[in-house]
Design a protein around this ligand. Structure first.
Ligand SMILES: N[C@@H](CCC(=O)N[C@@H](CS)C(=O)NCC(=O)O)C(=O)O
Length: 226
C-alpha cells in the first residue's frame, strides 16, 4: 500500500516540511499530495480538500495501510518505528531522550516566533522590531542549537551529530532566521547552513513558490501560523 503524505504550500507550511524531510531521510517510498492552503476555510480547519483527507482539518496528514496519521510528530514517530534502519532518532537512550525533549519543545513551544516570524522561505527582510517575549525565544533557540552543536560536534554536523528528527523539526526555524536576518552564534549558523545545503531540503526549497498570499504584499499566514 502506498504511503501518501498530504502537505500544504511549500513556501509557508512549516508543519508539512518537518515530516516530509523525515520521510525523505528515511528513504521510505511515499507520494506527496500538495493542497493549497490559500483557500476559503483556511485558519478554521475548513478547507474542503483538507477536511476530505485529514480528521483535524490540518496538514500534514499521512495515509498508510488504512491508517490516517494527522500530526507532524506522530508521522515522524511512525517513520522511525517503520524504518528503524534509517536511525531517525539518535542511538543511545540518553541522547534519544534529549532529542525527544527538544523536538517536543519545538512541537509545543515558541508561539511568539511563530506569530512574529512566520515561515516564508522566499522572504528576505531586515529583522523587524520584536517584542521581548519573541526575542527571548530567539535567544533560547540560538542557545539550544549552540549547546547541542558544541556537545555533538565530534559526531557530525547535525544537532545530535548524525542527522535526526530533531534537525527536521528545527529546519523551518532555520529558514526563518535567514528570512528575517536574525544574528546567530557561529555553531548555530553552521547548523543552519547544513540544513540549507541538505539535498532534500533543497528539493523542497526549489518547489516553494510564493503564491497569492504574497501577491498583495500581505500573507494571510503571517501572524497566524508557523
Ligand atoms: N500540530 C499540527 C499542526 C498542523 C497545522 O497547524 N497545519 C496548518 C498548516 S502549517 C494547517 O493545516 N492549517 C489549516 C487551517 O488552519 O485551516 C502538526 O504538528 O501537524
Amino acid at each position: 500500500m502506498a504511503n501518501i503524505l498530504y502537505i500544504g504550500n511549500k513556501n509557508y507550511s512549516s508543519w508539512s516540511l518537518r515530516p516530509w524531510l523525515v520521510l525523505r531521510w528515511s528513504k521510505a517510498p511515499f507520494e506527496e499530495r500538495l493542497i493549497r492552503l490559500d483557500q476559503p476555510g483556511y485558519g478554521e480547519q475548513q478547507i474542503r480538500q483538507v477536511v476530505a483527507v485529514s480528521p483535524t482539518g490540518r496538514v500534514p496528514c499521512l495515509h498508510t495501510d488504512g491508517l490516517v496519521i494527522s500530526d507532524s510528530l506522530a508521522i515522524a514517530e511512525w517513520a522511525a518505528e517503520t524504518w528503524p534502519a534509517a536511525a531517525l532518532w539518535p542511538a543511545g537512550w540518553k541522547t534519544r531522550a534529549q532529542a525527544r525533549s527538544v523536538v517536543a519543545e519545538m512541537h509545543s513551544g515558541f508561539p511568539n516566533v511563530r506569530r512574529d516570524l512566520s515561515m516564508n522561505i522566499h522572504r528576505r527582510i531586515k529583522m523587524p522590531d520584536l517584542p521581548a517575549e519573541t526575542r527571548a525565544e530567539l535567544a533560547r533557540l540560538d542557545g539550544l542549537w549552540k549547546t547541542l552543536r558544541d556537545e555533538h560536534a565530534s559526531a557530525g554536523p547535525w544537532l545530535f551529530g548524525a542527522r535526526s528528527i530533531a534537525d527536521a523539526f528545527y529546519a523551518p526555524v532555520a529558514t526563518r532566521m535567514r528570512s528575517y536576518g536574525v544574528a546567530l552564534s557561529g555553531p548555530s549558523q553552521e547548523w543552519c547552513e547544513a540544513i540549507f545545503a541538505d539535498p532534500d531540503f533543497r528539493d523542497w526549497e526549489r518547489d516553494s513558490i510564493p503564491n497569492s498570499w504574497d501577491a498583495s504584499g500581505y500573507s494571510v499566514i503571517d501572524g497566524k501560523y508557523a
